[in-house]
Design a protein around this ligand. Structure first.
Ligand code: AP5
Length: 190
């Protein structure tokens, strides 16, 4: 395996995909290429091919064992990739059975990340972004519940660091301050 492997996480709607895309554009301009892999897309491709789901937002409600197998397959595929890789994923996934670790041991050992980055924002701002995005079927959730999820993500990220020795960084993506988030992320990835 060559290059850096950076896992970027955040609760749904925090804007992690937006921050990743903008940061990659800047880095490409500096001659630092990164490839971004969306872990959910990798899982979804298999889940759809096997007839488990029709859209990506149904994956959170799948049987836990099916989700685990989909995670394992995605982890294996991404683990085999070369170069600087960003893995756009979740530290934890809110499922009907509780918080599912996004990177359990068998996924982490395939990925061996150098760093885990948590993208965070104010709970109320995340709620408003979710309400404004009609293209997705978000689980109904209030800002207190979003706050809990962000807290759980920090705890899970600390566990991932203990398991692999990777570092943990936090990037804030506040409303209308996307540039600040992109600047912070670019520095981390450089
Ligand atoms: P995934 O594809 O990651 O979907 P998601 O969690 O719903 O994340 P989104 O991409 O929708 O949100 P985002 O935070 O990237 O925000 P965005 O940039 O779009 O995962 C799909 C599913 O896959 C999961 O639900 C799960 O089931 C599964 N999965 C994934 N990883 C897994 C794992 N490891 N294990 C098990 N299952 C896994 O931005 C949102 C909005 O905010 C946009 O409208 C944007 O314009 C706006 N915005 C962004 N930044 C700002 C700003 N600074 N100011 C104002 N508006 C902003």
């Amino acid at each position: 395996m060559t290059g850096k492997r950076v896992v970027i996480t955040g609760v749904p709607g925090v804007g992690k995909t937006t921050v990743i895309e903008e940061s990659m554009k800047r880095l490409a301009g500096e001659g630092i290429p990164y490839k971004a892999i969306n872990f959910g897309t990798c899982m979804f491709e298999t889940a759809k091919a096997e007839g488990h789901v029709e859209d990506r937002d149904q994956m959170r409600a799948l049987d836990r064992n099916v989700q685990k197998e989909l995670q394992r397959l995605a982890g294996k595929r991404i683990g085999e990739m070369e170069g600087n890789i960003i893995v756009d994923t979740h530290a934890s996934v809110k499922t009907p059975a509780g918080y599912l670790p996004g990177l359990p041991e068998w996924v982490l050992s395939e990925l061996q990340p150098d760093m885990v980055v948590l993208v965070e924002a104010d709970d109320d701002q995340i709620l408003m972004r979710r309400m404004g995005d009609e293209s997705r079927r978000r689980d109904p959730e209030g800002s207190r519940s979003i706050a809990e999820h962000q807290g759980i993500n920090r705890a899970f990220a600390a566990a991932y660091a203990m398991m692999t020795g990777c570092t943990v960084q936090i990037v804030r993506n506040e409303n209308y301050l996307l540039d600040h988030a992109v600047e912070a992320m670019t520095q981390i990835l450089r």
